[in-house]
Write a protein that binds this ligand. Structure first.
Ligand SMILES: NC(=O)c1ccc[n+]([C@@H]2O[C@H](COP(=O)([O-])OP(=O)(O)OC[C@H]3O[C@@H](n4cnc5c(N)ncnc54)[C@H](OP(=O)(O)O)[C@@H]3O)[C@@H](O)[C@H]2O)c1
Length: 257
């Protein structure tokens, strides 16, 4: 079982989940979801914008894992800010679910307070267990907190040693908002970085595992994407070691933002 983190609404979610953007075909997506659930994933991250809610839902159904054991995230795309009700109902229909565990505002662009009010309505009518934001800055998060009735439980942002926003992390912790890291593996682009590889050698782990563990050491949830069974297993196999404070600091120093 993947360890969990408790959100500000009391809901517990796995600290490592599966990202699903840019999988090649619906058929591949169905198979990857089934494989991921078979090897132990219990959090699946999708979005209307990825165009894969249908195969994600199909994969969950075909996996045989009880629906209530899987944390399903989807997101509201800015084009739909004028009709969050319709967009949310359409997402549920595509997923084939009567509720999602987490519903996020995908981007702050064009976002207005009534959008958040609509999301709060989805919590009240039981169709979303948790609501949150994605790609929101400190200032934009402050805005939501100034009028919300239900505060966002998490903010999904790009988070890896090269894209390390310590101020946002500290601020989010102070507001009891969990950060969830997208692109935790830098889309594979910086996985061969010298400092990351050195730590991988030191710990007898892979670079991907080091990058995921760095997120966990910061109290950040990671949602790496992979379409390969071996990598899916590898990315979940990060609970038998830890990084020292010095290791973490050496990765923090790679920050470019
Ligand atoms: N909220 C947002 O705005 C937002 C934006 C971007 C992404 N996301 C979410 O975050 C998820 C993760 O981000 P991401 O997909 O952009 O990037 P990522 O998870 O950092 O990297 C995925 C890439 O790394 C490769 N990879 C996976 N495991 C590996 C391993 N163990 N060793 C070497 N390479 C490995 C994958 O290749 P293979 O698939 O070939 O294994 C893929 O090319 C997305 O899928 C999506 O769900 C959210």
């Amino acid at each position: 079982m993947t360890p969990t983190a408790k959100l500000n609404n009391g809901v517990e979610i796995p600290v490592v989940g599966l990202g699903t953007s840019q999988m090649k075909t619906p058929a591949e997506t169905v198979e990857v979801i089934k494989t991921a659930l078979k090897v132990g994933y219990r959090l699946i991250d999708t979005a209307t914008m990825y165009g894969n809610e249908e195969p994600v839902g199909q994969g969950i159904r075909e996996s045989g894992i009880p629906r209530e054991e899987v944390t399903v995230t989807t997101k509201l795309w800015p084009d739909d800010f004028g009709d969050p009700q319709g967009a949310f109902a359409a997402s549920l229909a595509r997923l084939g679910l009567d509720y999602v565990d987490i519903y996020l505002v995908h981007w702050p662009r064009g976002y207005t307070p009534p959008v958040w009010k609509a999301l709060e309505g989805f919590v009240k009518d039981g169709r979303a267990k948790t609501i949150g934001i994605s790609n929101f800055s400190i200032e934009e998060t402050e805005g939501v907190l100034s009028y919300c009735e239900i505060p966002p439980a998490l903010n999904q942002v790009q988070f890896n040693p090269f894209c390390y926003d310590a101020a946002l992390l500290e601020y989010s912790k102070s507001k009891n908002i969990v950060l969830q890291a997208y692109r935790p593996l830098t889309r594979g682009e910086r996985i061969g970085d010298e400092a990351v590889v050195a730590l991988a050698k030191k710990h007898g782990k892979s670079s991907a595992q080091i990058l995921i563990r760095w997120n966990l050491e910061h109290g950040v949830i990671a949602i790496p994407k992979s379409t390969h069974e071996e990598r899916l297993k590898e990315n979940l196999d990060v609970f038998d070691f830890s990084l020292s404070e010095e290791d973490v600091r050496s990765l923090d120093a790679l920050a470019e933002v």
